[in-house]
Each structure stands twice: as structure tokens, then as C-alpha cells.
Design a protein around this ligand. Sequence first.
Ligand code: R1P
Ligand code: URA
Length: 232
Amino acid sequence: MSTHIGAEKGAIAEKVLLPGDPLRAKYIAENFLTDIHLYNEIRNAFGYTGLYRGERVSVQSTGMGIPSISIYVNELIQFYDVQTLIRVGTAGGLGPDVKIRDVVMAQAASTDSAIVNNTFGPSINFAPVADYELLAKAVAVAKQDGIRYHVGNVLGEDRFYNDEIDMPKLIDYGVLATEMETPALYLLAAKFKRRALGVFTVSNHLITGEETTAEERQTSFNDMINIALQTN
Ligand SMILES: O=P(O)(O)O[C@H]1O[C@H](CO)[C@@H](O)[C@H]1O
Ligand SMILES: O=c1cc[nH]c(=O)[nH]1
């Protein structure tokens, strides 16, 4: 048992899906996995292990923001020896071609958080990137399943309510969407030599102001979840 995850050693699979929302973890476990076991309820950050097409896989909710996901990713890697971590999150669309309900895969994760600077100091602006093999596999699954997807840079920002964000500039430089955790996931994966990928459903669009309904979010979540589960 680690400080924030109440599981025995061995109770968590080598591959873990990481939604921010605990209820999304429950939804994934109950609708996509068989033989599920709820291994964590500490702080209601639900964690489940089950089977997907015979493969053992876990789903651990991470909460919102870089400090919160950093706790779960550190403990999953250092206490439970997790090897493959795939974030399944919501994101705010930015790019003109990015529509709500689309899937975005984070090839890289820019950030306004201090974590990169706190890790490398002021002279290196380390670029947190996805594991290439996971990304290539996720793209192949999306193509095979006919899912609308985009691959590129996302902004993992510290603030959901951010009046200072320069959206035209981010769009100009090709940033596809905003979310709040992936830079930490990629940074920790690099540190501990694990594989990581962020896959997102565009739940709202920051330029058009469009929002998805709860029902639409569920359908498009299913695309993202299917991609993550088939990506190894
Ligand atoms: O839907 P999740 O996975 O929580 O991800 C996004 O949603 C939250 C903000 O509403 C942030 O955690 C952001 O990264
Ligand atoms: O961080 C996020 C997540 C979803 N939608 C947003 O606008 N921002």
C-alpha cells in the first residue's frame, strides 16, 4: 500500500489507464473490463483492475491538475512497478480543425507549470513527449476504427480558468487543445523510463464556445477508451 493508493503489491496491472474523474474510472471498469476488482477508494480516487480481451489492465483516477496526477503516477511507478500509462482525459479544443467530440493524441505536452523548470533549471526547456510506439499504435487503432483524430502538441496548463492564455498564438503554433496533467505524466515517464501517452476527447471548444452534452461525451469517451485499451 502506498500513501494514496490502498492496493496490495501485485493488485495493479502493468498497463494503467488514467482518467482524471473517478466516475470515469468506474465507467471504464464497469463497461469495458471483466472480472473487475476495486483496489482503491482512498479519497474516492477509484482504481480498478480487470481484464480486457484477456489482458490484465487497471484504471486509476488521478484527480485534476499536475500536482494530483504526479502523486498517482509516482506511486503507480515506484510502488506498483507500472510500465505503461495512458491518460484518457477531456480537453478544450483550440485548433480550427479540432471539433468537439474529436479525439486528440498528445505527441507533446507544452506547459505553463513550473515542473519542467523545477526539474531541469532555467537553461533547458525540456519537451515532454509521448512514447512513440504507443502513439503509433493509437493512431493505427483510430484509423482502423474510423475515429476522427488529431496528433500534435497540447497545452497542459495549471489553470482551468485562465484569463491570460494567448489562444491565437497557441493556435498559430499548432497547439491542438488544452488539458491539465499530461506534461507531468510525460516528464515522470521519462524520469522512470516508462511508456506514456495522453489521449483526449474534446469536450468543449475554447474558440467557438461549443459544449458537448453528457450523452455526446459518453459516446466520444468510448472512442478514446477503445483506442487506449487497444494500444499496447
Ligand atoms: O477529464 P479529465 O481527465 O479530468 O481532464 C480534464 O478535465 C479537468 C478539468 O475539467 C482537468 O483534469 C483536465 O485535464
Ligand atoms: O483542461 C480542460 C479540460 C477540458 N476542457 C477545457 O477547456 N480545459
